[in-house]
Ligand binder design. Structure first.
Ligand SMILES: *Cc1c(COP(=O)(O)O)cnc(C)c1O
Length: 386
């Protein structure tokens, strides 16, 4: 089976991890701040806080932004459930904004929803745009709306390290308070499991650094009591053990040296797909002017009006041909847990239209031309079948 995504690991990556295994530190040691400094520099952000998953990064980002019981967090329904769960971890409520043609939170839908929420006292405290497939959202407009309505912006850039928006790397936080990355093996670069938050706000960075390790500080200038001695630390808030290991950080630092090359490879393969698939009854992913997408996913939308097969037929036929197609994403609001706990029966028209037609085909840096041709052949055959 050709998978829809796969990590890229080379000998330097392996050597970096083995080095750590032979050193004095296994959990958070010198490699973690090295990785944080490298990411901050790469993205052009002042601070970076590494943790054990993208989900953990979303959680501590929400806490640092002050999200709590009674507050609203709004996100995109076209995402992994973690983008919404971070609200529920903080006892906040979650709602969803419909998507645009890129599968991203639609800034016009956001505008309309904010106007309504303002009249009814339902404005969100935090909005989480998700850079779907590595294509940046309309961040300038989202930032303008955050200034107007007073919400915080938390970018879920799990798909988007190495992507750019208006000449700046995603993660620079020019249009947001915090940006979060995931380093799960299917993402652009990996640490096995891992995540990271960037910010330009030193108070948010300090708070997130405490929250990842039990809410503890060893910085005497932050302490509430006088230090008892060199062993002394203080717990200032309720945190967690979300620390990244030094093995993971060393792997991440090594992977980061190749991020531009990995993204470029994805962009070249994406273009090849665009050419090979141009005559099929499907809508291909588009890149907006000003956006340099990292193409974590290649999602086509079947033009169901023009064919006499369903998405399920195409999916089954592709899988039977050994192509590991997938669907990104099931609208989060359709998950039983969200329906049960929120009593919410929301259904967003663009999201529903998209979900019925979406199909993710394999895209990763080491995808061979032969495998790519096999994907194109299988897709062509499954769409022509009557
Ligand atoms: C992968 C992913 C996450 C969660 O990241 P983990 O590192 O797996 O915890 C969150 N949001 C999106 C959009 C993702 O794709």
């Amino acid at each position: 089976m050709i998978p829809y995504g796969r990590q890229n690991i080379n000998d330097d990556d392996i050597a970096a991890v083995v080095d750590v295994l032979q050193s004095d530190f296994l959990t958070q040691g010198p490699k973690v701040p090295e990785f944080e400094a490298a990411i901050a520099k790469y993205c052009g952000a002042r601070h970076a806080v590494a943790v054990n998953s993208g989900t953990s990064a979303l959680h501590i980002a929400c806490l640092a932004l002050g999200l709590e019981g009674g507050d609203w967090l709004w996100t995109s329904p076209n995402s992994f459930v973690a983008s919404a769960n971070c609200a529920l971890y903080c006892a906040a409520k979650v709602d969803f904004v419909d998507i645009d043609k890129h599968g991203n939170m639609c800034s016009q839908a956001l505008t309309n929803k904010l106007e309504y929420a303002e009249k009814h006292g339902l404005l969100p405290k935090v909005v989480v745009p998700v850079h779907f497939a590595g294509h940046a959202c309309d961040m300038a407009e989202i930032r303008r709306l955050s200034d107007r309505y007073g919400f915080k912006v938390l970018e879920d850039a799990s798909h988007a390290i190495g992507a750019s928006y208006l000449q700046q790397k995603v993660g620079a936080c020019t249009y947001s308070d915090i940006t979060v990355f995931s380093f799960h093996p299917v993402k652009i670069i990996t640490t096995g499991e891992g995540g990271l938050a960037t910010t330009n706000d030193s108070a948010l960075a300090e708070s997130m650094a405490q929250l990842r390790s039990h809410g503890i500080t060893r910085d005497t200038t932050l302490m509430e009591h006088k230090s008892h001695g060199p062993w002394y630390y203080e717990q200032l808030q309720l945190g967690f053990n979300y620390r990244m290991t030094d093995m993971a950080a060393a792997l991440g630092t090594q992977q980061l040296t190749r991020v531009d090359a990995l993204v470029e490879k994805r962009r070249i393969l994406k273009q090849r797909y665009d050419t090979l698939l141009s005559d099929l009854p499907i809508t291909l992913p588009q890149e907006q002017h000003g956006v340099h997408a990292s193409w974590h996913l290649y999602v086509v939308q079947l033009r169901l009006e023009d064919i006499n097969v369903s998405r399920r037929d195409v999916f089954d036929s592709m899988r039977a041909s050994g192509i590991g197609v997938n669907v990104h994403y099931i609208p989060i609001y359709r998950q039983p847990y969200f329906q049960r706990t929120t009593g919410n029966t929301v259904s967003l028209p663009n999201m529903e239209h998209y979900y019925e037609r979406a199909l993710t085909i394999p895209l990763f840096p080491d995808l061979s031309s032969e495998d790519m041709d096999a994907v194109v052949k299988a897709l062509t055959a499954s769409l022509r079948r009557c």
